[in-house]
Design a protein around this ligand. Structure first.
Ligand code: NAD
Length: 434
């Protein structure tokens, strides 16, 4: 699906008109590509995270000149008077950040702070980062990463993700990292070598992109979808040298069949991505009982049933990962989507309610919440709604399925063990529910 306005805005005449009329100017985002490393990173701040962060940054390949990222350790800010350090550090450098640059603020989780003053100052970082994300422009992004005491060494996969083109459509997010043993991959470009990943709803759209990115990262991917999508499913599985599994997730015997498939074919799976989802949009008064029930069943209840069997029968390997696809609708709500937003908010609830129990199994569970992503689903929206979805975010454009897939790949990495119970929006910092 092409964004005709963005194509026009990037043309010679378009650039002129966009500037003259003050129209939205969607920047070209720098996405993942080997040899597309980021340039020099400027590091500031003096909390407990500065030194471990410097070690990580020293390992990252850099290319080119100028500041392409600014990382600030704010974990040492103990009260509101210390917040001036943000101004002192960022004011002189912020305008020199290159297009598609990155700002990362590192902080201490407020809920773990020992005094109210410190918790207040650390919580204040959210407002700073979210505002910077909205004003920095030119395809640059800003994130806040709260690192728990003891998790200083568990940040590498997250910093690598946020500093790269893989996080092109993620902005204004607050990520929490807890202490965890980190499984450092031999090759950071292929951390999933030797792993098996199962992706539901993989026959098309975002699911097909997830299958592609997880394969690129080294995984053997089992692509799962309904029998009716069999032809597309085989194509996606073949393209990725993976395995196709035809299964309707709402069938009564689906968890059993899935468990038997994993146990007999793969012994265990390492990554399970709950991506399958449907919409049946209607305002509540016009919605049929079937429209309500089917959306809850596919988008939420099937995930619960599958997680139950994955955990009960220990079908995920050590350091396994569950990643669920929610939606910004599940955070902000959306007209005509009471069923869908209920199911997607439920997915967030499921992740948050089970993260503790999942961690006891040595696993993690996280969710991504896509905003406006260019797919067949959004192409079918009425023009006005589609255009507002595309433009009403800090990057003034829709995301691509690959943007969601890259975020899932970060969460699926064996090095992301410290990231558990998070909900990360892939929405270009959408103004909806911001
Ligand atoms: P899509 O409709 O293109 O693909 C969904 C896939 O899920 C289809 O291949 C479908 O056959 C499969 N599926 C549906 N019911 C199933 C079942 N019972 N068993 C097995 N497979 C089933 O949708 P998409 O746009 O690629 O969305 C993927 C996910 O991302 C969904 O969960 C969706 O809610 C979510 N999402 C999408 C957007 C967006 O902008 N496209 C935004 C937010 C969230």
């Amino acid at each position: 699906m092409t964004d005709r306005y963005a194509t026009f805005a990037h043309s010679g005449a378009g650039r002129f008109l966009v500037k003259r009329l003050g129209l939205p100017d969607p920047p070209k985002l720098r996405r993942y590509g080997l040899g597309n490393e980021f340039g020099p990173v400027t590091l500031g701040g003096s909390g407990r995270l500065a030194e471990p962060t410097r070690h990580i940054l020293d390992k990252l390949p850099t290319a080119g000149e100028g500041t392409s990222a600014v990382v600030f350790d704010a974990s040492g800010i103990a009260d509101s008077t210390g917040l001036g350090a943000l101004y002192d550090f960022f004011h002189p450098v912020i305008r020199s950040v290159r297009p598609s640059g990155r700002v990362i603020v590192l902080g201490a989780p407020p809920e773990l702070c020992t005094s109210a003053r410190e918790a207040t100052a650390q919580r204040a970082l959210e407002g700073f980062v979210r505002s910077l994300g909205k004003e920095i422009g030119r395809g640059s992004t800003a994130q806040l990463v709260y690192v728990a005491p003891g998790a200083e060494e568990a940040t590498e996969s997250t910093l690598r993700f946020l500093l790269s083109g893989r996080s092109a459509y993620v902005s204004g997010q607050v990520i929490r990292i807890g202490p965890a043993a980190v499984d450092v991959p031999d090759d950071w470009d292929r951390p999933l070598v030797g792993k098996t990943a199962i992706v539901t709803g993989a026959a098309r759209g975002i699911g097909a992109a997830i299958a592609g990115v997880l394969t690129r990262e080294g995984a053997h991917v089992v692509c799962l979808d309904v029998p009716a999508a069999g032809e597309d499913l085989s194509r996606v599985a073949n393209e990725n040298k993976g395995t196709a599994l035809q299964l309707d997730l709402t069938a009564e015997d689906a968890p059993r069949r899935l468990a038997d498939f994993i146990a007999t074919r793969h012994v265990h799976a390492d990554v399970f991505v709950h991506n399958a989802g449907i919409t049946r949009d209607k305002t509540l008064g016009k919605m049929s009982a079937e429209q309500w029930a089917s959306v809850i069943d596919v988008n939420l209840a099937s995930q619960e049933r599958i997680n139950d069997v994955l955990l009960a029968e220990r079908l995920l390997g050590d350091n396994g990962r569950i990643v669920a696809v929610s939606s910004v609708s599940g955070i902000a709500g959306n007209r005509g989507q009471t069923n869908y937003a209920t199911s997607k908010a439920g997915v967030i609830g499921l992740v948050q309610a089970t993260a503790g129990a999942v961690a006891e199994h040595g696993l993690t569970i996280n969710a991504v919440a896509p905003g406006f992503i260019e797919t067949k689903m959004t192409a079918a929206m009425p023009m006005f709604l589609r255009e507002s979805g595309r433009r009403l975010n800090s990057l003034a454009q829709g995301g691509l399925p690959v943007d969601v897939a890259e975020t899932i790949a970060w969460l699926a990495s064996p090095a992301s063990g410290g990231v558990n119970g998070n909900v990360v929006r892939v929405c270009g910092q959408s103004l909806l529910g911001a």
